[in-house]
Design a protein around this ligand. Structure first.
Ligand SMILES: O=P(O)(O)OC[C@H]1O[C@](O)(CO)[C@@H](O)[C@@H]1O
Length: 459
């Protein structure tokens, strides 16, 4: 994986494609190299101490849970057609990203499928949940309920629905068709799964949801969907190794710096825009990673965080790029480019009577896609709009694993530069608690009364 930067304008674009204006590159790197390395070292030291409650995700590429995941996947393969994944946020978006990127783009429509179809339920939309169950065969459907905390309302509601559906249709054997992925100790889901006799997988206590894609959370759905999970972890290990390089050879540190400086310079919006339909959910996964990690109260007062915007090229070129070029200079745009698509898909020879279309004749789709990316990056740079491009050679499990770990490490470094805890999410927890109060969950009477006192209708 490589990256290029194309900053505020084209004047200072160097021969290796590294744009420099605005950030005065490479002086900015010179100026901040030791600070970057210190941030990286602080993270690695906390991790090495074995005491840090949040940094377990750095170890996930070593694949401690891999054997267990593969054994479960092998046990179920062939016997089932569909897997329904129940989870939300970090308990859903990683698996969705990996499967959308790595399965056949129309895997679900294939007559002969090499692996299970995987469906993600990540909302309390009764039409969608019951609509899905209406068309699935209960005897050939597995359910993987995923919740780190083991309590999240949305996931518990979907679990109750799916369990009742399985019980109704397959009777006593339903427990064999449910796998619970959750914290080894905490929450409601773990004891419930033990009582019911479900197969279980762990979410390590020191791994937060948005950093859990390479734990059993992402690996089991990926493995059941036919993804080469070993290669995914191998790629992530390469990112871990690259993270140890000096700042001048370390794209993770350098992009963290660009992001941090962009925020400090008032560029409060971060547009994440892969040029690939297969990578469209990477934008969703990244948006959660970025927003929950970096949108925080500053220790000394004030706030941190740039607002992630999910986009996909070229599609959103035709809906958002007008704003990115001529709107306020308050954004950093991150493109993701794929050098070589899997298929040598070409546009057929054009219309013989339309010579103006001949430029498309026999053109590879990949070339057209990347021409659009480069054109957009240049157009933004010319208008003083900061952007850089991360490049994958191709979309395969190893490259994707590398990119996921790259982005998690980059986010951790930005958190360190900002002086915040990038691994908690207190702002989201309050919403969860107030939902419990509104829904009448026992133990939340005080919050219920507070809501009533604040004029919220609670009954
Ligand atoms: O895995 P859980 O505990 O159900 O949480 C799901 C998601 O909810 C959040 O806590 C935010 O509401 C995320 O951080 C997390 O990924």
């Amino acid at each position: 994986m490589t990256y290029t930067r194309r900053m505020v304008n084209l004047k200072n674009v160097t021969s290796d494609g590294v744009g420099t204006a605005g950030l005065d590159w490479p002086n900015a790197l010179e100026q901040h190299a030791s600070r970057l390395e210190a941030a990286r070292d602080a993270i690695l030291q906390r991790h090495a101490s074995g005491q840090d409650p949040y940094l377990g995700w750095i170890d996930l590429p070593d694949g401690e849970v891999l054997g267990e995941v593969q054994a479960l996947a092998a046990q179920y393969a062939g016997e089932f057609d569909d897997l329904v994944v129940l989870g939300i946020g970090g308990s859903s978006l990683g698996g969705l990203t990996v499967l959308t990127a790595l399965q056949h783009p129309y895997h679900n429509l294939m007559r002969e499928r090499p692996a299970l179809r995987v469906h993600f339920i990540d909302n309390v939309d009764g039409d969608v949940i019951t609509g899905l169950l209406e068309v699935l065969d209960p005897a050939r459907t597995l359910v993987n309920v995923i919740s780190k905390s083991g309590t999240t309302t949305e996931t518990m509601a979907a679990y109750l629905t799916c369990k009742a559906w399985l019980q109704q249709h397959v009777g006593e054997g339903y427990a064999r068709q449910i796998i619970a992925t959750t914290d080894p100790q905490k929450g409601i889901l773990r004891p419930l799964a033990q009582r019911e006799g479900y197969a279980t997988l762990p979410v390590p206590p020191n791994v937060g949801g948005r950093f859990s894609v390479l734990s059993a959370v992402g690996l089991l759905p990926a493995a059941l969907g036919g993804v080469d999970v070993e290669a995914l972890l191998r790629g992530a290990r390469r990112a871990n190794e690259a993270f140890r390089a000096g700042a001048h050879d370390n794209a993770i540190l350098q992009t963290a710096l660009v992001n941090w400086l962009a925020g400090e310079a008032g560029r409060n919006i971060l547009v994440f825009m892969p040029y690939s339909t297969r990578l469209r959910y990477l934008s969703d996964w990244f948006a959660q990673l970025w927003a929950e990690s970096l949108g925080k109260h500053k220790p000394g007062g004030g706030h941190t965080g740039t607002t992630p915007v999910k986009a996909v090229g070229t599609t959103d070129q035709h809906s958002q790029v007008q704003l990115y070029r001529e709107g306020p200079s308050d954004k950093l745009v991150v493109f993701v480019r794929v050098d070589a698509p899997d298929r040598d898909a070409r546009i057929p020879n054009a219309e013989p009577n339309e010579p103006e279309m001949n430029y498309l004749a026999d053109a590879p789709y990949g070339r057209l896609m990347n021409a659009e990316l480069v054109a957009t990056a240049h157009a933004l740079a010319q208008a003083g709009q900061m952007n850089y491009t991360l490049s994958l050679e191709r979309i395969d499990a190893e490259q994707l694993g590398h990119l996921l770990q790259f982005l998690m490490l980059q986010t951790a470094v930005v958190g360190e530069l900002l002086g915040i805890n990038a691994f908690d999410q207190p702002g989201v927890e309050l919403g969860k608690v107030l939902t419990y109060a509104l829904m009448g969950r026992p133990g939340f009477d005080q919050q219920r009364e507070e809501l009533r006192a604040a004029g919220v209708q609670v009954d």
